[in-house]
Design a protein around this ligand. Structure first.
Ligand SMILES: Nc1nc2c(ncn2[C@@H]2O[C@H](COP(=O)(O)OP(=O)(O)OP(=O)(O)O)[C@@H](O)[C@H]2O)c(=O)[nH]1
Ligand SMILES: [Mg+2]
Length: 471
């Protein structure tokens, strides 16, 4: 480390993440770092055994140090010890805590607690992580009592809030006893950027010497978050476009076996395209299998649990359209009536026109030729495209943490079909008419019409759900 970076580290804001064991301290740090590499996370007490430090930067510029600490397991033991040290009186100065850490011996039963307190004394602000599912037991009161002796600003962070409103109220009441009013609800696994921003803003108000640096971090993170959401929406858009533009050549003679094979080929294409999109989205949002499980995303071993062509899928996405709902999405719709947006009749008329303009021939040439030699195409039918869109939109919502259980309670149920873009039919019809768009090319990307369709899909995916779910 160079002299200047040592200097920078010294002046960085130091934030200690403390709390009872197994409340999600390490998980919170991973979330804040956007890294699943940091520390060890386990469902069990005493996972983190030592203080570990990580630095959060805005680009290249380090902004703050986070210190993960072991969970406080024996707050009662520590409190009694401090009381003994203070001759029956736990003084309100930090002196007692400093004496405690200075005199602790290796293998002392309170060694772990000493590690925490040592870091607390070295830090500028404390994030106190609370598992609200736990009743406000005596041991937590001792923890708060001890931490408040360090005379550092404490920001309580409520974790595991989903479905526990009463416990949350009780915790808030308990904190008020210690004059701590401004707590944050921050789901460490499934968070929104807004919640993270509030966390930094809270620190800004409590440690105003670091205001400017924290603001740099907020701005940097906000920009990154927007880009992340945009990448997700663009990836889904690419899927919809690839599938909607795809055509499978069908044999004109009524050969059932050949037609079934074509249908299967089309289905396979759609499945694989969706699978690739799922894989990319999970990687864009850095989601591990554990996050997938916590977010209740219906994916197992990286695959959708429900096949896109499974019976009942239309119903699952609110597309209950009579008898077809029982069957699932159709394998494909014959495209002959959609050629170039023309009716069959118009297409034959054009084909018959020997002197049709060059541009007409170029645009409709393959359709006309196909019609002449009896070739037909299959393309993904309307319902398949709808399910595809709705499923990725829902996934995107979860990845952006809009649909987490923690906020589900305020969701107003809106039929999925209403979550399609207003101009959905127009979009899919344009896509079907432009098979050449199935993959990127400069002529596609420069086409005004393509850019317009892409922008419409992206913005519909980024729109807040109409459900009124809190972001
Ligand atoms: N559902 C849910 N689970 C969480 C959340 N935060 C943490 N967990 C889980 O809670 C367990 C404990 O998380 P850790 O991050 O290891 O907790 P810790 O406070 O660091 O634990 P110690 O190091 O043992 O003190 C893990 O199984 C996490 O996956 C959350 O917001 N929601
Ligand atoms: Mg830990």
């Amino acid at each position: 480390m160079t002299d200047s970076s040592t200097q920078a580290t010294k002046t960085l804001l130091n934030v200690a993440v403390v709390g009872h064991t197994n409340t999600g301290k390490t998980s919170l740090i991973r979330t804040m770092l956007r890294s699943s590499e940091f520390g060890t996370i386990e469902d069990g007490a005493g996972t983190t055994r030592h203080v570990e430090q990580a630095t959060i930067s805005a680009g290249e510029e380090p902004i703050l140090n986070l210190h993960d600490t072991p969970g406080l397991e024996d707050s009662y033991g520590l409190f009694s010890h401090l009381k003994k040290m203070g001759k029956g009186h736990v003084s309100s100065t930090t002196r007692l805590l400093a004496d405690f850490v200075a005199n602790i011996t290796v293998d002392d039963p309170l060694e772990q607690e000493a590690k925490v307190i040592r870091q607390v004394l070295r830090s500028d602000v404390l994030l106190y992580i609370i598992d609200v599912r736990e009743p406000v037991l005596e041991k937590y009161r001792y923890e708060l009592e001890i931490l408040s002796k360090a005379a550092k600003p404490i920001i309580p962070v409520f974790n595991f809030i989903a479905g526990h409103p009463d416990e949350l109220t009780e915790w808030r009441g308990q904190l008020a006893v210690y004059h701590i009013y401004a707590a944050l609800e921050f789901d460490t696994v499934a968070f929104t950027f807004e919640a993270e921003k509030r966390l930094y803003q809270k620190i800004q108000t409590l440690v105003d010497t670091h205001y400017t640096n924290l603001q740099k971090l907020i701005n940097y993170r906000a920009k990154n978050w927007d880009q992340l959401c945009l990448s997700g929406a663009k990836r889904v858009t690419e899927l919809i476009i690839t599938v909607a533009c795809h055509r499978e050549t069908k044999h004109a003679e009524n050969n059932t076996t050949a037609n079934t094979l074509t249908e299967e080929k089309l289905q396979d294409f759609v499945r694989k395209a969706e699978q690739r999109c799922l894989k990319d989205l999970l990687s864009i949002y850095n989601f591990t299998e554990k996050d997938v499980a916590i977010q209740n995303i219906p994916v197992s071993n990286g695959q959708w649990q429900l096949d896109i062509f499974a019976p009942g899928i239309l119903k699952a996405y609110g597309l209950d359209v009579g008898s077809s709902a029982l069957k699932g999405a159709a394998a494909g719709a014959g495209i002959d009536l959609m050629v170039g947006g023309l009716s069959l009749g118009a297409a034959s008329a054009l084909g018959a026109m020997a002197g049709a303009g060059w541009s007409t021939a170029r645009r409709y040439g393959s359709e006309i030729k196909a019609m002449m030699d009896g070739t037909e195409w299959l393309c993904a039918d309307e319902n398949t495209l709808r399910v595809l869109y709705l499923r990725q939109r829902q996934l995107l919502g979860k990845l952006m943490h809009r649909g987490h259980a923690a906020v589900d309670t305020v969701e107003v149920k809106v039929p999925d079909s209403e979550k399609l873009p207003d101009d959905w039919s127009e979009i899919t019809s344009i896509l079907r008419q432009n098979p050449a768009w199935h993959e990127a090319s400069s002529s596609r990307n420069n086409s005004q019409q393509y850019q317009d369709v892409e922008a419409r899909l992206v913005s519909s995916l980024l729109k807040e759900p109409i459900s009124g779910t809190r972001a």
